[in-house]
Write a protein that binds this ligand. Sequence first.
Ligand code: NAD
Length: 244
Amino acid sequence: MGRLDGKIVVLTAAAQGIGRAAAETFAKEGATVIATDIQMEKLKELEALGVDCRKLDVTDSAMVLEFAASIPRLDILFNCAGFVFNGTILDTEEKDWDFSMDLNVKSMYRICRAFLPKMITHNSGNIINMSSVASSIKGVPNRFVYGTTKAAVIGLTKALAADFVGNHIRVNCVCPGTVDTPSLQGRIQAQPDPEQARKDFVARQKLGRLCTAQEVANLLLFLASDESEYITGQQFIIDGGWSL
Ligand code: NAD
């Protein structure tokens, strides 16, 4: 018996990294998984696990509405899409601010607004949003707009949880530290000395290593399952002690 038997899950940004690990884990635990991303070639590798793979750009309002209309019922929504813009406020131009706010925060407004009426109709639902320790939890250098967006995700999560608790809709968010994913590898390779950059990332982890995408997926599985039935409006830190 799987921990998500009978559940229908919708995920964003599932082609790689944490979203992909979550899609694989949810499918292995018996859920019907509808996974979305903009990178279709990579996403379609999940079809081997029976995952329904669909193209969805979370910044495209019309596409989000059309996608939501094609799914009559869902139990769990995992909003994973997000982007790390590197820099202080002085490096962040208005276009960078707008892009990050749109992809990291407004996308969740769009998607939750499109799917919530279905959850309200069924008087049950479970939304999990991707935040970060770099947010209202911890000020991280060179993560000015990223940290701002991820703090907004925590606020959005709590506001939704408060408004819809009476409809038996739970809303929580996860706040990872540094997770070894393709985008992290990209950020490391973009540094002048990638080997040193990797050592620096590891050095700031109190457990002495990076988090894996599977470790975050394990937490997501708990939040997606009925084992966490009494939990709503919370932020779950998984950072190997970075924020201590
Ligand atoms: P990643 O950055 O490696 O992959 C992101 C995925 O998002 C890609 O598959 C990409 O195609 C997709 N994507 C990009 N733009 C999109 C759009 N407009 N619409 C739909 N999909 C789009 O993945 P990751 O590092 O696992 O990060 C996933 C989430 O976790 C992000 O929200 C990120 O901020 C958050 N997070 C990551 C870390 C980390 O250290 N990796 C830490 C804390 C939080």
